[in-house]
Design a protein around this ligand. Structure first.
Ligand code: NAD
Ligand code: DAU
Length: 356
């Protein structure tokens, strides 16, 4: 039997995955309840990503600007809305930024997750018809060699400040399940791509630099491997686990779609060349090998047999289609790009990377 919810609190709903999740939940998913988006609007959050959705949803959508570390603010959100499920996306999410400034990652990802959990536990007072769903990452499992896959039984071995902070939050979530009986589920997902991704992550960095004729910075030898999943497939997996997953369990989500960064870049160059009317040779000439990311994990690859076998989820968007849709989205949304790249983000980039 599927669990049903009437009011879902989405944290980080103005970020990349969270905004896609809300767009999908209030639209094609078939969910008929209310969504409350709690977001602090850091450099990575942009309310414009949901302007059209907010207008169309009317009273089914509410926005609460709040920091998950601010207990009083989170309590007020629980007091205002009759929340019966939380899906927790809010986080500091970029590995490179965690290397330059780990403190914000410990604060938001560890203390913020704890605060949110503790407020939920107190607000729900032992209710079992509620759910706290924690969105985590495959990076908690560390790095793979040439073979093998991460399963739910793979021991945790986080290696960057980002993944260590996410691993800490995973343990706190599971501790609240075991100790207090809080109904929780968790997912650990591989690399997402798609519209509304902040242009600090590999795919949007590369697309925008191609469009602007800037160098395409490939870290190290370019042979690190990631397992790519279209963001809509991540969202359907999260909702499947929220409504049908076993309580207290974690489920891995992956694309079963491994690419070396340099191979991916080659494919992306061909698609951008076609969609933007540029020559493949001129785009290839922009490829620039740069200093490697410190502690750069070599390979991630997810075994998602548990999710597929138990709950019947499967990926629906192939890489070619997903990449093309993503490229088109960045070509069609120059204002969104201009807005997210201004202000605090611009200052941080200039300070840490200079012109790029
Ligand atoms: P993002 O950086 O695009 O968005 C994060 C959002 O959280 C932003 O809207 C930001 O304003 C908000 N936020 C940050 N700190 C906050 C705070 N203290 N209080 C309230 N809101 C705050 O991130 P994303 O890529 O959309 O990732 C979302 C979640 O999914 C994260 O938990 C991340 O660890 C996880 N995840 C991401 C990927 C990926 O490939 N992007 C893969 C697996 C898991
Ligand atoms: O695996 C899931 C994780 O995927 C999520 O938990 C993180 O939130 C998300 O940011 C992502 O982490 P990665 O570090 O894998 O993603 P990123 O896009 O930063 O980098 C992907 C690969 O590309 C990685 O091997 C580093 C490389 N890279 C990245 C950038 C930004 C480059 O070579 N050049 C670049 O400019």
């Amino acid at each position: 039997m599927k669990r049903e919810y009437s009011c879902v609190l989405v944290t980080g709903g103005s970020g990349f995955i969270g905004s896609n999740f809300i767009r999908w939940l209030l639209g094609p998913s078939g969910y008929s309840g209310k969504v409350v988006n709690l977001d602090a609007l850091t450099y990575a959050g942009n309310p414009e990503s949901l302007d059209d959705v907010a207008t169309a949803a009317g009273a089914r959508y509410a926005f609460e600007k709040a920091d998950i570390c601010d207990r009083a603010a989170v309590e007020a959100v629980f007091a205002t809305h009759q929340i019966d499920a939380v899906v927790h996306f809010a986080a500091e999410s970029h590995v490179d930024r965690s290397i330059h400034g780990p403190e914000a990652f410990v604060r938001t990802n560890v203390m913020g997750t704890f605060t949110l959990l503790d407020v939920a536990r107190q607000a729900w007072k032992g209710r079992q018809d509620v759910l706290f769903h924690h969105v985590s990452t495959d990076e908690v499992y560390g790095s793979l060699g040439d073979s093998g896959y991460f399963t739910e039984a793979t021991p945790y071995d986080p290696r960057s400040p980002y993944s260590a902070s996410k691993a800490s939050s995973d343990h706190i979530v599971m501790a609240y399940s075991h100790t207090y009986g809080l109904p929780v589920t968790m997912t650990n997902c591989s690399n997402n791509y798609g519209p509304y991704q902040f242009p600090e992550k590999l795919i949007p960095v590369m697309i925008l630099n191609m469009l602007e004729g800037k160098p395409l910075p490939v870290y190290g030898d370019g042979k690190n491997i990631r397992d790519w999943l279209y963001v809509e497939d991540h969202n359907s997996a999260v909702w499947t686990v929220m409504t049908q997953g076993r309580l207290g369990e974690t489920y891995n989500i992956g694309g079963e779609n491994e690419w070396e960064n340099i191979q991916l870049l080659g494919r992306l160059i061909e698609i951008v060349a076609q969609e933007a009317g540029k020559s493949v040779a001129s785009l290839r000439s922009l490829i620039t090998y740069v200093k490697d990311r410190p502690g750069h994990d070599r390979r991630y690859a997810i075994d998602c047999a548990k999710l597929k076998g138990e709950l019947g989820w499967k990926q629906s968007v192939d890489f070619e289609t997903g990449l093309r849709k993503t490229v088109r989205w960045y070509l069609d949304n120059p204002l969104w790009i201009e807005h997210v790249r201004s202000g605090e983000y611009r200052n941080w980039m200039d300070k840490n990377y200079g012109a790029r």
